[in-house]
Design a protein around this ligand. Structure first.
Ligand SMILES: [Zn+2]
Length: 307
């Protein structure tokens, strides 16, 4: 079984990208207008289609594929997926749209930032422009009174959207709320460059204001204690920002800064061995998320004025 029911009219599809469980998922909102949240990466599209078959969702009945942002693990598979969903339109932030229409630049930068992980996700195929709907805020009617409400939640990326579904009033935050580790019921930063701390913190305030009954993380799964996790994530981002700002000021290497984070961040410290040995998270959480903070600190620290 690739799928499980997680709330009323809502199903999770485990994409098991690269053979890794609890790494990336897509969601299906069943209703008058069936909607997917996240296409997932190109390499996982066959698995996603298997999930739809398992849920007895007819491919022609899918109305929307809402993608939180265009990074390969969330929207990379949209072009490939749409070939199998003849009536579906993609919902995306307007700043993400050009990367769906022509994914070449996105693919090149993903290879740089993610290294070998990009090949696990696979190269994105273009999405025809006429099959894209852009939004930053607003409501999509899913039929029979059901709604999908869009909120702009940038910071992780300049094109991250969150979606609230009206069947259960839960929220899909994309990567605006970090990476959730269901094994540990804890959150860790997902903040690769270009990361913008202030925007990320105000997006977290927006998510808290939505008062979600649950969060549906793309990495990974449903958390019913969403508000507490959002509050924890704000504290964690501020801690990382402080450690990194001090490290950059003192000219420390990224290894020295990451050692301090692994020692002082409660979650990272408790599960340090897990992160160090995880083939994906050792790259994405420890190296890429830290790099996002380092580049942000370098841009925002004003050099001392000459006396
Ligand atoms: Zn992601």
């Amino acid at each position: 079984m690739h799928t499980r029911e997680i709330a009323k009219n809502l199903y999770l599809i485990e994409l098991e990208t690269g053979g890794f469980k609890n790494l990336i998922c897509s969601y299906v909102i069943k209703g008058a207008k069936t909607t997917l949240v996240e296409s997932g990466p190109t390499s996982s599209v066959p698995r996603l289609l298997d999930g739809l078959d398992e849920l007895k969702v007819k491919h022609e009945d899918v109305e929307y594929v809402a993608i939180t942002h265009v990074h390969l693990d969330h929207g990379g598979g949209a072009g490939t997926l749409l070939k199998s969903l003849p009536n579906a339109k993609v919902i995306v932030h307007p700043r993400g749209m050009p990367h769906l229409v022509d994914p070449q630049r996105l693919w090149a930068s993903a290879q740089l930032v993610l290294g070998f992980v990009s090949s696990i996700f696979g190269q994105p195929e273009p999405v025809p422009k006429e099959r894209i709907v852009t939004a930053t805020e607003g409501i999509f009617n899913l039929g029979d009174g059901a709604k999908l409400t869009v909120t702009e939640t940038v910071g992780h990326a300049s094109h991250n959207l969150s979606f609230k579904e009206s069947f259960n009033n839960g929220v899909f935050p994309g990567d605006a709320a970090g990476t959730y580790l269901p094994e540990f019921d804890a959150v860790v930063p997902t903040t690769p460059p270009p990361f913008h701390l202030e925007s990320a913190l105000s997006s977290l305030d927006k998510l808290i204001a939505l008062d979600p009954t649950a969060l549906y993380y793309s990495h990974f799964g449903k958390a019913s204690n969403g508000i507490q996790l959002l509050i924890d994530y704000k504290v964690q981002l501020k801690l990382w920002a402080k450690i990194v700002a001090e490290g950059v000021k003192a000219d420390q290497t990224s290894e020295q800064i990451s050692e301090r984070i692994l020692a002082e961040d409660k979650v990272m410290c408790k599960y340090a061995d897990y992160f160090r040995s995880h083939p994906i998270y050792s790259r994405t959480v420890i190296i890429n998320s830290l790099q996002g903070f380092i580049e942000y600190a370098k841009q925002t620290q004003t050099p001392a004025s000459p006396s």
